[in-house]
Design a protein around this ligand. Structure first.
Ligand code: NAD
Ligand code: UDP
Length: 344
């Protein structure tokens, strides 16, 4: 048997090696759009993995309250900046999530949305080219438009209107993908492009305007649930924790794998089915009402995630009912706090 002292030394050595290894792997990571719904979850996950995180955000749709709990980390910093303008800092990795994602938000200033997608991608790609950083692009299922192929595979080129209220977002994101491809081909920049399908969870704004937050807030307030059109259109809803794991696994793939890769939950629901689930889970007295279907609203959407399963070994784990319960809990607490602040 080894003397006890030796065992202690060996244990200490192992733990020192572990610290050294984790330090070597700890990176300086920029999260553009880090104060938003997805970005704030990503910042938290990266900090917990031991990385230094620089959140770059213009706070147009992002909120201080999404990141206030991260301010205790010494490795966390925030730069108020619009990605339409160039930025030059030293980083090892970049996640580009900066862009309003909710239709009412991205349509409020369509020219700035287009500039955000295109100039934002260009500026961050130039930074990646200079620093040698690996760069992630938050692309979207909207690149498929109102899809004629179902479920959507990455090889499908899409059915997008270039001249309509959704175009600033859809075409902006398509142009950004092109820029990512071109920087990879021309300048050897290491790129990772994820096409994200409808994702929901805590840190969405109550006034975000997307369907999950709208329905939950309406149900919790016993207000009418607004169904656009007849509610037969479908979406596939992914819980935020699942998606963030997908981001990390994509970023960790071999440099030769660039994507684009679909990240989403293939469980497909009509909007009416979603409303029924939210009413049931909240125990709400809300009734559904009909509102006009927005122009160019996609009729169906479901990701084919075979590529993500094969290349990343990733698939979502949280069923819709569980994810909705967690999101309802979040909004319930938020609305209670807001009500008290308002009264006080
Ligand atoms: P969000 O609106 O909550 O977050 C976007 C963040 O980017 C906000 O913090 C906002 O202030 C910031 N931002 C916007 N324009 C900026 C600019 N010009 N400069 C700097 N910061 C800017 O939206 P989200 O749901 O968290 O989406 C994050 C990213 O993921 C977006 O790029 C979006 O297109 C993409 N995406 C999201 C979904 C989804 O279901 N959540 C689906 C597809 C794609
Ligand atoms: N929608 C709805 N009521 C709402 C908000 C949205 O019926 O209060 C519908 C919308 O028309 C669309 C679907 O829900 O068919 C998803 O809308 P969202 O804005 O969340 O995402 P996107 O259309 O970008 O997928």
């Amino acid at each position: 048997m080894r003397p006890i002292n030796n065992r202690i030394n060996t244990d200490t050595l192992i733990s020192e090696i572990r610290i050294l290894r984790s330090k070597q792997q700890a990176r300086h990571i920029m999260v553009a759009g880090g104060a938003g719904f997805l970005g704030s979850h990503l910042c938290e996950r990266l900090l917990k993995l031991g990385h230094t995180v620089i959140c770059v955000d213009n706070f147009s749709t992002g909120l201080e309250r999404n990141i206030s709990h991260l301010r205790d980390f010494k490795r966390f910093s925030v730069i108020r900046h619009d990605v339409v303008d160039p930025i030059d800092i030293e980083v090892d990795e970049i996640y580009n999530l900066a862009c309003p994602a909710s239709p009412p938000h991205y349509q409020a200033d369509p020219v700035h949305t287009m500039k955000t997608s295109v100039f934002g991608a260009l500026n961050l790609l130039e930074l990646a080219a200079r620093t040698g950083a690996r760069i992630f692009q938050a692309s979207t299922s909207e690149v498929y438009g109102d899809p004629l192929v179902h479920p959507q595979v990455e090889g499908y080129w899409g059915n997008v209107n270039p001249f309509g209220p959704r175009s600033c977002y859809d075409e902006g994101k398509r142009s950004a993908e092109t820029l990512f491809y071109d920087f990879h081909q021309r300048y050897d920049v290491e790129i990772k492009v994820a096409r994200i399908f409808n994702t929901y969870g805590p840190h969405m704004r109550p006034d975000d305007g997307r369907v999950v937050s709208n329905f939950i807030v309406q149900a919790l307030k016993d207000q009418d649930i607004t169904i656009y059109g007849d509610g037969s259109q479908t979406r596939s809803f992914c819980f935020v924790d699942d998606l963030i794991e997908g981001f990390l696994q994509l970023m960790a793939t071999d440099p030769s794998f660039t994507g684009p890769v679909n990240l989403g939950n293939p469980g497909e629901f009509t909007i009416l089915e979603l409303a029924e689930q939210v009413i049931k889970l909240t125990g709400s007295r809300s009734k559904t009402i009909r509102k006009p279907l927005p122009t160019d609203d996609p009729q169906q959407r479901r990701p084919d995630i075979s590529l993500a399963q094969t290349k990343l070994g990733w698939q979502p784990l949280v069923p819709l009912s569980t994810g909705l319960e967690r999101t309802i809990c979040y909004f319930d607490r938020l609305l209670t706090v807001e009500a008290h602040e308002w009264v006080g």
